[in-house]
Ligand binder design. Structure first.
Ligand SMILES: Nc1ncnc2c1ncn2[C@@H]1O[C@H](COP(=O)(O)OP(=O)(O)OP(=O)(O)O)[C@@H](O)[C@H]1O
Ligand SMILES: Nc1ncnc2c1ncn2[C@@H]1O[C@H](COP(=O)(O)OP(=O)(O)OP(=O)(O)O)[C@@H](O)[C@H]1O
Lengths: 232, 232
């Protein structure tokens, strides 16, 4: 069982702790604020209020035994730096630091971080990839020149079977998955005035005889050149 | 050709503008800081210095004609709010706002944003998914209960062909792609003391007879239940 310590429960640290706490990973959350410790304690294995620049306090919680330590302190750069120096000395194998700028990122790498995350840059780049391909619902780079894309089923594909479309032979792409919105039963008038409900999505593993339906979202893999030649 | 306006060139806005500017999308970047406009101008189609809470100044740049407007102002919530109200009145079809908190996000949605992004939450959740599956290099949710995962080839698979492994039949998963590190030629001593070079990755579209090699990274799709049963 992997164990992860998260130091600093700002927006980044808290969302990391909540999501990781719901997996089988052992999570220790640390912050100097009582109110944040109370907020996180039922989501993680151990939530401790302490000053993370105090080495003895960290050691008393067995921080030297974790597999990964995430230093999730943002604005308070001095505290983030001191904490990274302390955990590096304790020989923790993976140290991930959150950085506020490129210069902070370089300093963290020099003092021993194994990885640095800049949330604003990550989000900006990811949004750019989505906007650059407007007909794509999402876009993931697999390797240089290859991607996985999600796109609404082109009109030319609707009603055709996978076998009939010969995607690999004709276009050089591989259809790996279909996201199919489940039709919503008609509700009576007054409930449907609430906020619009996202249609439920059913996952379909396409077999050769599967027919493409209208509103299907196709998840395809291929070279960027082949993918851009698909009909819209 | 899609056109996107990006208002506010903080870390999020700048990384968005640089990445999007390298695609075929038309990008207009706006900020009140001369130094940031000078930094971005050779990456985008148009970079303009103006106060974005001034409606006439925005209209003079044809902002009402764009397909998407991203309000990427963070700390200065009042300016972000005013700008969103202005662009909503101009009937721009897609308005994406960057929010500093859950409460700010709710307000942006109420005044007309079509989408809200919280970079710190996005990054925290994404890191959690990667840490929760340590043997995975990366992890992407395709739909409820289905994922795409990248994992180092299990020892049990090395030397076997796709045909021989019968992944679909035996494990219910689909191997869609192989990331294969290209062996680095031996360099002479003095150059190899520089920073360690990431091995180049070659993308391989696996045919049935393809043999799995040591150090291969397998990109697989399947239900979360099937994927977790794969040998490590
Ligand atoms: N010395 C310290 N010991 C323990 N916790 C600390 C220390 N210094 C800061 N923190 C905690 O780290 C958390 C995040 O720090 P900070 O406010 O500097 O970052 P932030 O940029 O606001 O984070 P985010 O962008 O993720 O919201 C806060 O909850 C704060 O209480
Ligand atoms: N009224 C305005 N008109 C034009 N630009 C503005 C206005 N107000 C703020 N900006 C610009 O928006 C940018 C980002 O704003 P701000 O500093 O509030 O966010 P931030 O949280 O630091 O951003 P990030 O987290 O992405 O780095 C700055 O470059 C600033 O010059």
């Amino acid at each position: 069982m992997q164990s992860v310590a998260i130091i600093g429960l700002g927006r980044f640290g808290i969302s990391l702790a909540k999501e990781l706490g719901s997996s089988s990973t052992q999570v220790i959350a640390i912050d100097r604020s009582t109110h944040l410790i109370n907020e996180i304690k039922e989501h993680v294995d151990l939530a401790v209020k302490l000053d993370c620049t105090d080495q003895d306090a960290l050691l008393s919680q067995g921080i030297d035994k974790v597999d990964v330590c995430v230093v999730a302190i943002g604005e308070n750069f001095e505290a983030a730096l001191l904490t990274t120096v302390i955990v590096k000395k304790l020989n923790i194998p993976n140290i991930i630091c959150r950085a506020q700028s490129k210069y902070h990122a370089e300093i963290f790498m020099q003092i021993g971080a194994t990885r640095v995350i800049q949330p604003e840059i990550e989000s900006g780049t990811h949004l750019a990839k989505q906007l650059a391909n407007p007909h794509l619902k999402d876009f993931i780079t697999l390797a240089e020149g290859f991607s996985l894309v999600e796109l609404s089923a082109p009109d030319a594909f609707i009603g055709k079977s996978l076998l009939g479309l010969k995607l690999r032979k004709e276009f050089g792409v591989n259809l790996i998955f279909i996201k199919r919105p489940v039709p919503i039963e008609e509700t009576d008038e007054e409930t449907s005035t609430e906020t619009t409900v996202e249609p439920e999505i059913e996952g379909v593993f396409p077999m050769a005889t599967e027919l493409i339906q209208e509103n299907d979202i196709l998840v395809l893999v291929g070279s960027n050149a082949s993918l851009s030649k698909l009909p819209k």
